[in-house]
Design a protein around this ligand. Structure first.
Ligand code: CTP
Ligand code: MG
Length: 224
């Protein structure tokens, strides 16, 4: 493989409700992070994996993943962006392609990892997996008054793994002054092109309790 995968996993999971850090919550008896790493490690393109863990859980995560795949574990930061930067800092300079993948998208399939990696290998500077937006989207004022209906056909919901030429991701992170919720956003601010590949329904982000219920069901299907 020629790809390093950086896995931010240091978030608290506030929207999931009280409990352990989200990456360590259980889905069918195993932490979300284990589900995520197992799939990433099975992708032929992947040479190395770096996980940014909650600072208090670095040793526990190292132990947890030791039996799953060879993984480097670092302490994450207070913001996702800081967690990605901490993990990116230990990726060797000779790795040309870096994917950034949320631990919370723990059922993202091997085929998606390969699709994103292949698009970077084929020359893209930055690649994001996307899905069409299914709901009607409205712009709404603070008082609840509807200001207008957005043209949904030009919108896409963005997933991870996002893929980058390593030098461009490093430059984007170095230049990012304000916070961004996805790494491609930092590349956009550099003025570099970001391109899309088809996402996957299985790459949903576990965010609220209902997502855990959905993921539990998805695990019973043949593919995940
Ligand atoms: N993440 C991280 N470091 C942070 C915050 C988030 O590594 N300081 C990671 C999460 O662990 C997750 C991914 O970034 O894998 C996407 O973030 P999100 O879904 O928002 O997870 P949390 O921040 O944990 O959830 P919440 O916002 O509900 O607290
Ligand atoms: Mg968050």
């Amino acid at each position: 493989g020629d790809v390093a995968v950086v896995v931010p996993a240091a978030g608290a999971g506030v929207r999931l409700g009280p409990g352990a850090p989200k990456a360590l919550r259980l889905l069918e008896g195993e932490p979300l992070l284990v589900h995520a790493i197992r799939r990433v490690a099975a992708a032929p393109s992947v040479r190395m994996i770096v996980v940014a863990a909650p600072p208090a859980d670095v040793d526990a995560v190292r132990t947890l993943l030791a039996g799953i795949a060879p993984v480097t574990v670092v302490a994450g930061g207070a913001e996702r962006q800081e967690s990605v930067a901490a993990a990116l800092a230990v990726v060797p300079e000779d790795v040309g392609i870096v994917l950034v993948h949320d631990a919370a998208r723990c059922l993202a399939p091997v085929s998606l990892v390969e699709r994103v990696a292949a698009a970077v290998r084929d020359g893209a500077a930055a690649v994001i997996p996307v899905l069409p937006v299914v709901d009607t989207i409205k712009e709404v004022a603070p008082d609840g008054a509807v200001l207008g209906t957005v043209d949904r056909s030009v919108l896409r919901a963005v997933q991870t793994p996002q893929g980058f030429r390593a030098s461009i991701l490093r430059a984007a992170h170095a230049a990012a002054a304000d916070s961004h919720t996805d790494d491609a956003g930092a590349v956009e601010k550099l003025g570099r092109p970001v391109t899309c590949v088809p996402g996957s329904d299985l790459a949903l982000k576990i965010t609220r309790p209902i997502d855990l219920a959905l993921a539990t069901h998805l695990l019973t299907l043949p593919d995940p």
